[in-house]
Design a protein around this ligand. Structure first.
Ligand SMILES: [Zn+2]
Length: 108
């Protein structure tokens, strides 16, 4: 289970926490803009805030962990592997629970 998770054992949990915070805060920014609360901003400011939200959300919340959470032995991008090579219905669960690298079998 989670205690034997590779991501946890290899000390990369903090990347997941930061990614979750960025995904969440970027999502909130985009939601605020989309809800119309930003309509009284200058058009340039509105666009900047909206793009910043999208960047936080997609760049910080998805692209960064996909690139940075790797196997310490072979360098396999674990989050990316979970998203691209696993069936979509269990990719996140697999990623959180997998206890060894699917590429080389390293356990930490
Ligand atoms: Zn590996």
């Amino acid at each position: 289970m989670w205690t034997t998770s590779y991501v946890r054992k290899s000390g990369q949990c903090w990347k997941l926490v930061i990614a979750a915070v960025l995904l969440f805060s970027g999502g909130i920014l985009v939601a605020i803009m989309a809800s119309g609360r930003g309509n009284n901003l200058e058009p340039g400011t509105f666009t900047t805030v909206l793009l910043a939200g999208l960047f936080l959300c997609l760049g910080g919340g998805l692209a960064w962990p996909a690139y940075s959470i790797r196997c310490r032995s072979c360098g396999l991008k674990l989050f990316w592997h979970a998203l691209s090579a696993r069936p979509h219905h269990d990719s996140i669960e697999w990623f959180l629970l997998v206890d060894s690298c699917p590429g080389c079998g390293a356990t930490r």
